[in-house]
Structure formats: C-alpha cells, structure tokens
Design a protein around this ligand. Structure first.
Ligand code: P1T
Length: 383
C-alpha cells in the first residue's frame, strides 16, 4: 500500500501486507528461532530471530507508519528500547532529561549508564531558559517525556527541537503517555520517538514491549545494530499482540480521553480534592501547550486529596472497587497507582518531591468502562 494513509487507516493497515504464504489477513505468529538456508547465506531474508522475525517486522512497520517515520524497531520492553537509545552515546557524553519521568527510566540512567561515564542532568523543561543553561559541548541528547509520568507536564517539543537543532543535539521523546494518536513527536522536530508499547499501543495489559521510530537512516542503522548486537528483542507472540492492539488505538484513545475528561472534572469539582493534574483542565500549567501540541489530553490523571498524607491516600486507593491497585497504565481497565511507593520509588524522596511527586499523590489510568461507574467508585472511596 503506497498511498499515505490517514491515522485511523494507518493504525489498521500501515506497513502491513497480506501474508505471502497462505493469504492470512493477520500476520502469522512466526514462533521460530531460525530459518532454513538452501546453502550457507542463501535464504529468504530471515536467518535468525534475534536479527529479524516476520511478525516483529510487521509490528516494526506498523509503528513506523503510525509515527509517520521511515524506520521502526521493537524491543523486549520500553526500558530495553530506552537502553538501546542511550547506547548510541559514549563515555563523557551528557544527557539533559525531564526531571519528572518514569522512575524506571531514572533508575536506568542513574544506576546503570552513569557507571559507564554518561552524565545525566534532570531539569524542568517548562523553563526554557533554565534548560538552555545546562547545554554544553558534551550534551549529546535531550530526553523528553511528555506528558510526564506522573505530573502530566506537557513539554513543547517544537521549541526544544529548535534548540536541539541549533546545538546539534539529538532529541528523543518518550511518547508513552500520549500515544501517536494524540501526538506525533517526529512531525514536531524530534529525531527519535520511543514507546513503552506495554501501555496504550498494546492496550490490554497482556504484554511487555518497547518501540522506537525515526527517520534518519544512519541513526536507524546504528539502532538496528544495537538491537541485534545487544539482543533485547521482543518475541513473535508479543509482537502479534501489540500489533493487534494498535489496530484499535484510535478508538481506545478517543474513549480514554473522553472518560478522563469526565473523571478529571468530577475530581476538580469535589471539595475533598486539593489538586488535579490533567492537561485538559484549563488551570493545568501545561494546558496551553497541550492544546497546541496534542489532539486530545489522554487518559492519565494524578490528584492530591485535601489534607492527605501517605497513609490516607493509600486508604482511598484501597477503598476503590473498579480501579485496581497496580503498576502500569494504558489498558482497557482502570488502574490506580501510588507513585511515591510504586512506579517512582526508585527516585530518592527529595528528588521526587522537587518535581511534585509527593507521598499523597495518587495516579489514575482511566480505562474504557462506563465513566459513571468510575466516578461513583471514586466518589465512595473519597467520601
Ligand atoms: O515497563 P516498560 O515497558 O519497560 O516501559 C517503561 C516505561 C517507559 N516510559 C514510560 C513513560 C513509562 O511509563 C514506562 C513504564 N511505566 C510504568 C510501568 C508505570 O506504571 O508508570
């Protein structure tokens, strides 16, 4: 299919072809580690599944299509995808990252890559002057998570990409919270876009997987090399499940955003709630950028109950009946998390609190249930 497809069609057909063997409409799960060769080096384009696998390739083509990219790569997890991106760097290089980001990304940067001589600066990227002050001739990468996990700050990708281009710094965006349906970072000037596909892309809480998409050929070749050389690839079954998830991404993201709007408005109007963080709310600090940069505001909400502390917030969470207490997000079912003790526990308390991740903060992944049931559930728990 050569015609450039609109997003909803690309989610279903982008980069896909009918299986040449039997005409299967969905790509078969090629559960094989290796491929027969008629003579050494003579084969049908597939030698070994760490290097290439037809089901993974179908997913990689799909992710490239929905991110409007030339190249797509899939990995065994979101963190494996981030790991591959950081391996583009060398000892002595420096990275400037958003200060509010997934705790596991922070842990990978500070506990693994700092040991290999790569330096990370964590800065609030809403303050542009502050960001440019951290740039020096060793800066090789901007790591931007937007919306951020868990404070939902939205970073102006276009603005940062201008600075990145001026100083020849790579700009990588973790697009997990938005998904390509809500925001396409490459179109806004980013060099690399990454996803924890575990979340909205796969969408059904049944897979761990990461993706990268990009346009630059040289950079793509380096990443394919790292993917094969380091070997953190995803299996064919997980590739298949993620591909199946992507086919309904547009429908799910619409409903996640609609439900989150209802829930955010309910929380905002509730007298027992102190602050609600959802970029669709007009009083959210990033609302203006979000409106400009995103097609809608997504399904993730954080909030702080009035007068709450660690234990009273946990009490509220435990009273919820439809929202399940669990790590992760982006599935069809609603989840509730406590960032300070769960997803962001690997960030030291004083660092965490600098970006607003206080002990009383509660994070919701608003699912696809009837929003009235979700609001009733929250209402009884808060009361
Ligand atoms: O879990 P994994 O597929 O390895 O993805 C890591 C990751 C990367 N980037 C962002 C923005 C993320 O939110 C995550 C994973 N996050 C959770 C598990 C969570 O509950 O926040």
């Amino acid at each position: 299919m050569n015609k450039k497809l609109r997003f909803n069609s690309a989610a279903i057909h982008g980069g896909q072809k009918i299986d040449p063997a039997y005409g299967a409409v969905m790509p078969p799960i090629y559960q094989t580690s290796t491929y027969s060769q008629t003579s050494p080096g003579v084969h049908k384009g597939f030698e070994y599944s760490r290097t290439h696998n037809p089901t993974r390739e179908a997913l990689e083509n799909s992710i490239a299509s929905i991110e409007n990219a030339k190249y797509g790569l899939a990995f065994g997890s979101g963190l494996a995808a981030i790991d591959a991106i950081i391996k583009l760097l060398k000892p002595g290089d420096e990275v400037i990252s958003t200060n509010d980001l997934y705790g596991g990304s922070y842990r990978l940067f500070t506990k693994i890559f700092e040991n290999f001589g790569i330096k990370f600066h964590f800065v609030g990227m809403g303050n542009f002057d502050f960001l440019s002050k951290h740039v020096n001739n060793k800066t090789k990468l901007f790591w931007v998570e937007t919306p951020t996990n868990p404070m939902m700050n939205v970073i102006d990708i276009k603005k940062i990409s201008k600075l990145a281009k001026e100083y020849k710094i790579l700009l990588a965006v973790d697009n997990t919270f938005a998904s390509p349906y809500l925001q396409q970072p490459l179109n806004l000037g980013a060099d690399i876009v990454m996803h924890s596909a575990t979340k909205y892309l796969a969408g059904h809480s049944d897979v761990i997987l990461g993706t990268i998409a990009l346009n630059d050929k040289v950079l793509a070749e380096k990443l394919y090399f790292i993917q094969n050389a380091s070997g953190a690839v995803c299996g064919p079954m997980d590739s298949f499940l993620t591909l199946r998830g992507i086919k309904t991404l547009h429908l799910r993201m619409q409903r996640h955003s609609e439900n989150a709007k209802k829930v955010a408005e309910f929380l905002e109007s509730n007298s027992k709630i102190k602050t609600v963080f959802w970029p669709g709310l007009e009083n959210h600090p990033s609302h203006k950028i979000a409106k400009k940069q995103m097609n809608d505001f997504g399904g993730m909400i954080s909030f702080i109950p009035k007068g709450s502390d660690f234990s009273s917030s946990v009490q509220i969470m435990k009273k919820l009946k439809i929202f399940t207490i669990a790590e992760s997000l982006g599935g069809v079912e609603s989840l509730v998390g406590h960032p300070a003790s769960m997803t962001h526990a690997s960030i030291p308390k004083e660092e965490r609190e600098k970006s607003g991740v206080v002990d009383s903060l509660i994070r919701l992944s608003v699912g696809l249930e009837d929003y009235r049931d979700l609001i009733e559930d929250l209402s009884q728990a808060i009361d």
